[in-house]
Ligand binder design. Structure first.
Ligand code: ATP
Length: 294
């Protein structure tokens, strides 16, 4: 018997041409938001689809509440897929009712409508929904069976910043009810804001796992000084640890005073200097060598 809600041991999925998931272990406590992050092709969706029972694993063990996922898991899990085709020519309310009919026990539909901010669009045809409205409807569908565990696969991709933040509020509300969330995302700020624990995947393996704060603390003891590349044109950067991004240079240092003194000595203008702490984006780049938003 395990105390974790979901326990995954040595999960493997090999396709003829690629080891999509190559031996991962995850132990998921009840009531947390767990983020699965990784570059394109890392194996996130394959992992989630194995957990959801859509893809069959090559090997490994999955336990939900101490048992192999079966009827109980199907009743207690809610899924928001990366892309879902909604039926045309029916309204938002009809869509929710249709999905509710698939389950013997449901959440209160009116409560779902209110919480997912769908009241104004109830009579609207699915074809007429904006991106944000559609994502909120898909979340309501994932919640229609009042699940204990909810899988959200890149739920805010394509939303504008305001719609993303509204969506985060919704996810936090769900978390506050004690539900467990498994989230995949390409947005590090989203993972930082929502997730109690994250796992970073690359090439089918988990390469880092922990709370966002602990991971940053364990990997970095420096800060970043950012300057426009043009300001550093005549400055020799060879003795510094740097990273070029767009038209900016990031200088990584654990001694801000020394770097600033050297820059001033060399007449570098600091009028556009920005100093920032390390973020999950930096961690991701450091661990995978890739920018996250490919
Ligand atoms: P993304 O961020 O782009 O969604 P991901 O991390 O979700 O990527 P997966 O979709 O899990 O990655 O894919 C992992 C690897 O497995 C990729 O190399 C992909 O091409 C491969 N793969 C996925 N599904 C199949 C399949 N049905 N047949 C063969 N290879 C597959």
């Amino acid at each position: 018997m395990t105390s974790a809600l979901l326990e995954i041991q040595n999960l493997v999925k090999h396709y003829p041409s690629v080891k999509a998931v190559n031996g991962i272990d995850i132990s998921l406590k009840q009531g947390i938001c767990f983020g699965l992050l990784g570059p394109n092709g890392a194996g996130k969706t394959t992992t989630i689809e194995i957990l959801e029972g859509i893809v069959e694993a090559t090997s490994g063990e999955i336990l939900y509440k101490g048992e192999a996922p079966g009827e109980r898991f199907r009743k207690e899990a809610g899924i928001m897929f990366q892309s879902t085709a909604l039926q045309d020519y029916i309204t938002v309310r009809e869509t929710l009712q249709m999905f509710a009919n698939f389950y013997p026990a449901n959440a209160d539909i009116n409560d779902l409508i209110r919480r997912c901010n769908l009241t104004e669009y109830l009579q609207q045809d699915n074809r007429e929904l904006s991106g944000g409205q559609r994502q909120r409807l898909l979340l309501a569908i994932a919640l229609v069976n009042n699940p204990d565990i909810i899988f959200l696969d890149e739920p805010t991709t394509g939303l504008d910043p305001q719609a993303r933040r509204n969506f985060w509020d919704l996810i936090n509300d769900i978390k506050a009810e004690g539900k467990t969330i498994v989230l995949t995302t390409h947005y590090m700020d989203e993972a930082y804001s929502l997730c109690d624990e994250i796992a970073i995947m690359d090439h089918g393996k988990i390469i880092a796992q922990g709370t966002p704060k602990d991971l940053l603390k364990a990997n970095f003891d420096d800060v970043i000084l950012q300057l426009p590349e043009a300001e550093l044109e005549n400055f020799d950067l060879s003795s510094f640890s740097v990273h070029k991004k767009d038209s900016h240079i990031d200088i990584m240092t654990d001694d801000v005073n020394r770097v600033i003194a050297v820059l001033i000595e060399n007449n570098v203008s600091l009028s556009q200097l920005q100093i920032r702490s390390r973020t999950l984006d930096d961690l991701f780049l450091e661990l995978t060598g890739k920018e996250l938003r490919a």
